[in-house]
Design a protein around this ligand. Sequence first.
Ligand code: BGC
Length: 762
Amino acid sequence: MIDSRISRRAALMGAGAVAMWLHSPARAFLQSMAKLPVPALVDGLIARMTVEEKAGQLTLNPSAWGGGVATQLNPPTSGPSWEAQLDEVRRMQLTGVFNSNGAEAARRMQTVAMTESRLKIPLLFAADIIHGHRTIFPVGVGEAASFEPDLAERTARMAAYEAAASGIDWTFAPMVDIARDQRWGRTMEGAGEDVLLGELMGAARVRGFQGKDLKATDAMLACAKHFAAYGAAEAGLDYNSVDISERTLREVYLPPFKAAFEAGALSAMASFNEISGIPSTGNPWLMQDLLRGEWGFEGFVVSDYTGDEEMIAHGFAKDAREAAKLAFLAGVDMSMTSNFYRNHLPDLVRSGDVPVARLDASVRRVLAMKAALGLFDDPFRRIDPKREKARSRTKAATALSREAGRKSIVLLKNDGDLLPLPRSRRKIAIIGPFAAGQHDLNGPWVIYGDNAEAVDLATGVRNAVADKASIQVVQGSGVEEPLAGGIDAAVAAARDADVVLLAIGENEGMSGEAQSRPEIVVPAPQQALAEAVATVGKPMVVVLKNGRALALEGAVANAPAILVTWFLGTETGNAIADILFGAHSPGGRLPCSFPRSPGQQPYYYAHKPTGRPNPGEKLEPYKAHYRGIPNSALYPFGHGLTYGKIDYAGLSVSPTLPWAGTLTVSARISNRGTRAAEEVVQLYVRDRAASITRPVRELKAFRKIALAPGESETVRFTLTRDNLMFIGRDNKPVVEPGQFDLWIAPSAEAEGLHGTFELTAG
Ligand code: BGC
């Protein structure tokens, strides 16, 4: 928190305000914000640059290498040929390119910059390294399910190790947008619905990408995106308007950005959306007052792909020149793809619309960043084809992908302990469009990884069982269309089997950018397949593939066992088999709530109670719920089973949290089962009455523990009043004394162990 203040309720404590500020995390945070040193050579260069060359340093374009592979994940642009792009480099009209292909392309381009351009300023190579480079790790939301920030740090580190060796200096990650409407396809890229989990995962990824030294040949600059509130798009429609209060912005959507900057991220990407009528790309309050002023951010801001240009379609800028001016003066240092800066900034400066000092300040930030990345010392430091090859898809990376994969899997349901399956003496039918085949394994936002190099489910299962001939694979259905004869073949295979693995869900194209879904359900042909296979009556394990939470229905919801497997990347099949056959107990927990019905969206556990909450599961008239369903999730945030039998007992919580003290809470967690277990022990709090209404629960801490059969562990958490801060009436952080509920529980909606305490004012 930045400006830690006390409220009217706590006015008694006014005298302590200064002392509180001195010891507040806010102050520590400001002091820990990464600094960007500016070496003398940067100012020397700026003094020698023309206005056109300066605008060039603020222009980033998709790479033209290979006919423009860069734009495969973006709307096509009429970009230049490779030769024409090299000429732009010669004329110092580019600061760098993104989504190029490998060290060889980077070497050629950097050579032109360093030998044929006037001032020989090194280029910056950027890329969307979102969840892996050549070795692909689980999509962000999947990895968040691990509830292991350390894992996210390690996979980001590995991604940087691989990607930096192919010349990439800068990744457009982490995406730290909170996703509370599961219709939004970009849920897959972030850490889900929760603020604390979003902060921890975002910060971990920054540490992983950047490592300890930005100059290192295995470090990439991180970019926190999309600033801000991109995930709050109305109705979950990608790019849609956002209209939220400053309080919600500060309390829900901004904290993961702060955490990312605190962890050292020195670049940010402006979001496509508007907030309350002002597109982020043209929002000086966001970029100047808040980001640089209030937070002290010293890095640079890049627009999103044609973000400045899109302000014309937003109805905010009348033409390209005005869009360039608005974006630049709002604080967006670098323009991506539109070329608006290099086309218009020189003229805007000459006409006095843009002060030259502002231009110089942005160029200074960009050049200082190139220096921080070590590019002035050695422009080729990350460009090494031999190193690129040696670091690509190493054994260690593959093993990490498998570890991350299995840790991302969430066991929603396991009636009758159907899982784990025995490895022998069982005939298994793997049915569904994701049963076999090297497709839809890596997931969205992958540029360099290849599905053909990833392990599919059937292969993973065959690798794990004693008798490979006992496996039958039937596709049964297309993803969004039926398959002729598919259901009959699937039913026959199910009849012949002892157990069915039903591999259904979403393909890669159904989540990610621009992939909002109006109905977040299993597509109809696959649902029909599930209904038909279920009538056979064999034990059925649903293996879901998904980039978001889904509303499960009918035979899918009723299956005795359900595994959420997201998009797990390179080791998909092996990771799923590790869980199916019990090599590991599931340790994943949902980072986004699975609703009872798609119509509940946006549904998130930390919602407000309303004035008419429905007290229990029984639906009462004139209470807040939809017709026929309680206002709760089918599987809430934090939910997930393991193979042990977990018991929560012995809550110990002291009755008061003194204003300047701590509160220790503990509970005894035991594994009463016969298998090793992994549990994510979660601490939730509710403020009973405050000057601003508070959510029904908020996650304040969690711990993941491993328990052998019969083992118990006492898990302790410590709270201070800072954990109880919220954004008050004046949009500043406040803490108010009063009564709080507290739960140590296995999910956001499980009762677990309940206690209360009071935060005292003195
Ligand atoms: C996305 C960004 C991405 C950029 C470059 C945009 O469409 O919103 O997240 O980094 O393209 O590929």
